[in-house]
Design a protein around this ligand. Structure first.
Ligand code: FES
Ligand SMILES: [Fe+2]
Length: 369
């Protein structure tokens, strides 16, 4: 039995019920709901740099592709032919028009049906009535985001000011290209992984390299910022001790660390030296998620420093977190687990889970309306 607090005492906020992380019906509800109504990272704009370039990806169980038009605009479409449903493209590539591999119907880069073998013989066939199904797309600091909700508010409404802040922290952000996208499968629900990313209460014990080599834990904090962003800030350890050289005179934020988590599953992280790296999560099913760690350089030029950072991160923080989140997922299935109180310190700080309180509130709203 749990002890009841004396009447009048505030009750601690409790963590989410285990079923949010283990019930396939709740996962199904999320796929049709929150994952289809939020901005999700599709691909990098450099993958569709030229007119006719396309890149296929999957969001909320739907096959989609981004395609750059002759007008320079990036559009996103469901990856399905409007004849008899064959998929149109796979992977990345370039095309003059989009040609379906099944019966060779072709579509303009804007999605309109252009031609198809023998379609003119069909009485009443109105070519102009047929068009690929388009989805909302935005290029945000060089990343192509999509939202399956036609009525979604623009990203600037969801995450006010974040694009401008990112440009200040990473002045070259629009010229970056991915050098590495490291794929990390985790045997856990996507929310377990996202929560683990969104608190540093576990860092001192579990991330010795990060907590002693990069950040100053006593200055670490994570705060909700303008709607659906969680902003991580910290001061850094002695920058001379960093494993790579930093020119602190290069710009105002050359010595800073910060990160912007954009609900529900993307995070932009900046290391000292204006080094952008990203997380994005792709749920597979109720207890599997793939985390992608992205590392970038200007114009995609080779960089030993960035490659080393990617390897060090994979071997330390990432590896340490896999063990944690997979243990939590097993624990959530235990009949012996009752959701415990979150450690919400009114003064916030690194040893407080106020960020988890905000995140779990968004998770509840997403599932329970
Ligand atoms: S399904 Fe695409 S042309 Fe027939
Ligand atoms: Fe961690």
């Amino acid at each position: 039995m749990m002890n009841k607090p004396p009447t009048g005492q505030p009750q601690p906020v409790r963590s989410l019920d285990a079923r949010y992380y283990t019930d396939p019906a709740i996962f199904g509800n999320e796929v049709a709901g929150v994952l289809s109504r939020t901005w999700q990272l599709g691909c990098h704009a450099s993958q569709v740099a030229n007119p006719g370039d396309y890149a296929a990806f999957e969001i909320a169980g739907q096959n989609l592709f981004a395609l750059r038009g002759r007008d320079g605009k990036v559009r996103a479409f469901y990856n399905v032919c409007q004849h008899r449903a064959h998929e149109l493209v796979a992977g990345t590539g370039n095309c003059k028009v989009v040609v379906c591999p099944y019966h060779a119907w072709s579509y303009e880069l804007t999605g309109e049906l252009r031609a198809g073998p023998n379609i003119k013989s069909v009485p009443g066939f109105e070519r102009g009535d047929i068009c690929l199904s388009e989805v909302r797309a935005e290029v945000f600091c060089g990343f192509v985001f999509v939202n399956l909700d036609d009525d979604a508010r623009p990203m600037e409404d969801w995450f006010p000011g974040v694009a401008a802040e990112l440009r200040a922290f990473v002045p070259d952000i629009d010229r970056l290209k991915p050098l590495e996208w490291v794929e990390i499968p985790e045997n856990c629900n996507w929310k377990v992984s996202v929560e683990n990313y969104s608190e540093c209460y576990h860092c001192a014990l579990n991330h010795p390299t990060f907590a002693t080599g990069v950040i100053k834990p006593e200055t670490y904090d994570i705060q909700p910022q303008g709607g659906y962003c969680l902003r991580h800030t910290t001061q850094c350890q002695n920058l001379e001790a960093m494993s790579y050289a930093i020119d602190l005179t290069a710009n105002a934020h050359a010595g800073d660390y910060s990160s912007w988590f954009l609900w529900p599953m993307v995070s932009f992280q900046v290391y000292p030296g204006n080094v952008l790296n990203t997380y994005h999560w792709r749920p597979v099913d109720v207890d599997h998620v793939v985390v992608w760690r992205g590392w970038y350089t200007v114009d995609g030029v080779e960089s030993d420093v960035i490659r080393r950072l990617a390897v060090q991160d994979r071997e330390t923080t990432v590896e340490e977190d896999i063990g944690l989140v997979e243990s939590v997922q097993r624990g959530l299935k235990s009949r012996g687990y009752r959701p415990g109180p979150l450690v919400v310190d009114p003064n916030c700080g690194v040893n407080s889970e106020h960020s988890i309180q905000a995140l779990q509130q968004w998770m509840r709203e997403a599932v329970d309306g």
